[in-house]
Design a protein around this ligand. Structure first.
Ligand code: SAM
Length: 477
């Protein structure tokens, strides 16, 4: 149904029926293999547009405990990821602007009743210092984060901060894409964000379970489930093409969340003709005043990986993000099954990048993967992933349905791969340690051979040479 009312597109009744359907069919191994068969056209994104499996079918696969089926899910997820995204991994960092917040999310240390946490909001000068610190690491893409507080963090503050970030030209590094993760707002304010050149508008649903949502968000504007759940429709109405969904896994039952998440993606595709640009898969972490065990729905790593693999085969065109909430070991496996973007060198505290030691007092959650960006880049290269700092699509206007048709028609290989290699060459020249640089350029040599179109391969090699030998920057296809 093309309803814009959350009660209809995330229908509790339909989710419960889906879970019952999944329970009834989870031991039907043949059915599971038949569902997987339906995903196989996605292995050839350029030649055929396979229909997507439904939230019901995906939920059957999630419930299935057969070892053979589970291994086949992971293998297919790996192969579909290679077909759509190749081995590129896009890098970004979060930038916390303010931890003032009027909401009462029970899992978040920024909740209004937390009197222990020092409240801090960056001035424009402080933002400048943070951004320069991020640029000095090599970052080109940020996700800005703020609590919801109309007095301290009004939309004007967010817009001014975006403007500051884009305007800093420091050495070789300008931030080229600013994604924004702020609370649900009005169509008018989404329009302002679009005008300020937002990349992706990211808003995590936290939980799709309405009852659970109300319990977890007792007061504040975020307590309105429908207002929160319908935010992506308003963002799209306001002209923002790229929206990023996410569930905070661990709050409520993962099977419910998974069905809700896929229904949300189906809804966006049905109503706006374009599904979510990204899906994030955060899990609740310890933080000041927060013990994740009280929510009692933590998922083991094995199931977490299966969820990632299932998202990849169910919505193959959607980018998938994993943050430093997860350890190096979990991230390593998750990358195989479908993740296409990761953060690196992150600090989750307000003002954290300009501090010598990692500050904990204003941190939003404990960071598991505390490696530097260069360590992350080096680790990706060791596993034959191609680290990418590319922001070309969004800057060339390839957003929303234009990006989706670009992606679905397999064009990604002729554009994204060369762009990844050129931006990696920039990073290796400007920021990498000698060892990372050496193995990075060796990887570029190998990856260049994958650019099938001869003319494009030559252009890409020329662009890389211009980066390294002539100091040219921001070349893109
Ligand atoms: N205030 C905005 C909002 O409410 O949507 C911005 C989001 S907040 C800065 C970013 C996200 O961090 C939240 O949406 C939530 O999913 C996640 N988060 C909050 N507390 C967390 C915790 N203890 N562990 C892991 N993630 C957490």
């Amino acid at each position: 149904p093309k309803s814009l009312c959350a009660d209809e597109f995330i229908n509790d009744e339909e989710i419960l029926e889906t879970l019952a359907f999944a329970d009834a069919h989870k031991d039907d191994v043949q059915l599971c293999y038949d569902i997987l068969e339906k995903c196989k056209p996605h292995l050839h994104p350029a030649s055929e547009h396979g229909a997507m499996i439904t939230h019901r079918e995906a939920s059957v696969l999630l419930a299935c405990e057969d070892a053979g089926v589970n291994a086949a899910i992971k293998q297919l997820a790996h192969d579909i990821k290679q077909a759509y995204y190749g081995n590129r991994i896009v890098l970004f960092a979060p930038l916390y602007l303010s931890n003032y917040c009027v909401n009462s999310c029970l899992y978040c240390p920024y909740h209004a009743k937390n009197r222990e946490i020092p409240r801090r909001k960056l001035t424009q000068d402080e933002i400048r210092a943070e951004v320069i610190a991020l640029q000095d690491m090599g970052h080109k893409r940020l996700a800005i984060e703020a609590g919801e507080d109309p007095k301290h963090n009004p939309i004007e503050y967010i817009l001014e901060s975006m403007d500051t970030i884009y305007s800093i030209k420091h050495k070789n590094g300008a931030i080229r894409r600013v994604n924004v993760n702020i609370a649900a707002t009005t169509v008018e304010e989404y329009r302002m964000l679009k005008k300020a050149e937002i990349g992706t508008y990211i808003l995590f649903q936290e939980t799709y379970n309405k009852e659970g949502y109300k319990r977890l968000h007792p007061t504040g504007p975020k307590s309105d489930y429908n207002w929160h759940t319908e935010a992506m429709d308003r963002a799209m109405e306001g002209g923002i093409d790229d929206v990023g969904l996410g569930v905070l896994f661990g709050l409520e039952s993962y099977r419910y969340e998974f069905a809700g998440l896929i229904m949300h993606a189906e809804h966006l595709e049905a109503v706006h003709g374009v599904g979510p640009h990204t899906i994030s898969v955060p899990r609740v972490k310890p933080a000041m005043d927060i013990d994740p065990d009280v929510f009692d729905n933590g998922i083991p790593d094995e199931m977490f990986e299966k969820i990632i693999a299932l998202i990849r085969i169910t919505v193959p065109y959607t980018g998938m993000i994993i943050s430093t909430r997860e350890s190096q070991a979990v991230r390593e496996r998750a990358l195989r099954y479908g993740i296409s973007q990761i953060s690196g060198g992150s600090r989750t505290s307000v003002g954290g990048y300009t501090e010598q030691a990692r500050p904990h007092d204003t941190e939003q959650f404990d960071v598991s993967d505390q490696r530097t960006l260069d360590d992350v880049v080096s680790w990706l290269i060791d596993q034959e992933h191609a680290p990418s700092f590319c922001t070309a699509c969004y800057r060339a206007g390839r957003t929303g349905d234009r990006f989706m048709s670009f992606c679905k028609s397999g064009q990604i290989l002729n554009y994204c791969h060369p762009n990844a290699l050129v931006t990696l060459a920039e990073y290796l020249t400007d920021y990498a340690k000698p060892d990372t640089s050496q193995k990075g350029f060796a990887l570029i040599e190998r990856e260049l051979l994958k650019v099938e179109d001869e003319k494009r391969r030559r252009q890409c090699a020329e662009a890389i040479s211009a980066v390294v030998h002539k100091g040219e920057r921001d070349l893109r296809f």
